[in-house]
Design a protein around this ligand. Sequence first.
Ligand code: ARG
Length: 458
Amino acid sequence: MSKDKLWGGRFTQPTDKFVEEFTASIDFDKRLYHQDIRGSIAHARMLGKQGIIPMGDVEKIVKGLQEILSRIEAGEFDFSVSLEDIHMNIEARLSEKIGEAGKRLHTGRSRNDQVALDIRLYLRDELVEISAYLELLIDALLFQAEGNVDVIMPGYTHLQTAQPILFAHHMLAYVEMFKRDIGRIEDCLKRANVLPLGAGALAGTTFPIDREHVAELLDFPAVTRNSLDSVSDRDFALEFLSCASIIMMHLSRFSEELILWSTSEFRFIELSDGFCTGSSIMPQKKNPDVPELVRGKTGRVYGNLMALLTVMKSLPLAYNKDMQEDKEPLFDTIDTVKGSLKIFADMIREMRVNAETMRSAAAKGFSTATDVADYLVRKGMPFRDAHEVVGKSVAYCIANRKDLPELSIEEWQSFSDRIGADIYDAITLEASVNARKATGGTALERVKAEIERAKVGR
Ligand code: ARG
C-alpha cells in the first residue's frame, strides 16, 4: 500500500502499523469475547429461524463459535491487532474455520449494534456481581454491629465530639449507604438490560429479523425502540459509572474514618495485620494501606465517569468511533469497585474494636451537655434557656478542670434550682444513648431492631 509513495520506504510502513495499533481496541475489548460469541449465536439462530440464512449454516456457525470460545478460554486464541477488535477477530477466525457459512453471520447486523449488545451483556452480569459484593460488605458491617452492640463511642460533627452514640449505630449508617447503592445498581440494571441488536449500523435492517426472539434467547426483558439511539446510547454505562462513583465516595468516607480510628491518638479500632503494611525505615509503623488505597482509587473512578461523560458530550448521532473509548473507563471502574468492595468486606469482618478507648473518648468533650439541657427542658425550662444554663456549666467545668458528671449537687444547683439529684442518672453515657429512642435514633433497643430489620429486609 505504501510502495507507491515516494517516502514510503522510510515512513509509511511504520506509520500504517501505528495507525493500526492506535485505532485497535482488541487489547482491551477482548474481555468481551464471551458476550460477543453469545450474541452471535443468538443472532445466527434468529437468522436461521427467519429463513435469512440456511439452517445448515446456523449449525456450522454455532459449532464454530463454540470451538472458538473453548480456544479463547484455553488461552490458545491468537488475537490480532490488524483485525482491530474482538468482533472482527472472532468473525475472521470463524470464516477461516467454516468458510462461506461464517461469512453469512454478519447479515443484518453491524459492529455498532453488536458492540452495544456486548457491553450491555457484560455490564448486566457485573451489576449483579457488584450487588453481591455490596451485600457481603453489609453482612460484615452487621457482624461488627451485632458483635459490639453495646459499645459506646463519641459521635462527631465537625470532627468535634458531639454526643455519645453506639458504635453499632455508626456501622448501620454505612449499611444504609450501601443499601442505597444496591438500589441504584438495581435501577441501573433496568436500563442496561435492553436488547440493542437489530439496529444495524444506525437505521435498522432490510432483512426480516425477529428482535424479540433474540431478546428471548439472550434473556432481555425488552428491546430498544429507536435504531439511532440503540447504537449511540451509552447512558447505561454512564449511570453505572455514577453509581460506582457514589459507592467509592461511601468507601472513601469510611476509609478516612478507619484511618483516623487506627491512629495512636484515637486507637478506636485495630485493622488486622493482613490489611496493613510496615515501614521500611520506622519499625513501629503499621500503616492502613488498604483504606488509604481505596480512598485513593476513588479518584480514578470519578475520573472514569468524567472521561465517559466528556467522550459522549457533543457526539452527533449515531455511532462515532469516539465511543470505543467507553470500554477502558468502564472496565477499570468495574475492576476497581469490585476489588474495593471485596477487600473492604474482608477487612471490616476482621477489624478489632477497642471498646474501652471508644468509651473513654465518649465520656470526654462534654458529650452529654445536650442531655443536661434536655433534662432541664423535662423540668419545665424552655430549651433556649436550658442551652444557656448548660453553656455556663460547661464553661465552669473548663475553668475548674472538671467533667459534667463530677459536679457536686451544690455546683449543679448554682446553675439552676431545677436540677436535682436525678441529674447524675440522666447524664450517664448509657442514659444519653438510650434516651434516643425514636426511629433512626441510637438507643440500644432501636439499634438492635434496626440490625434485625437490615438482616431480613434485603
Ligand atoms: N471497536 C468498536 C467500538 O468499540 C466497535 C464498533 C466499530 N464500529 C465502527 N463503525 N467502526 O466502538
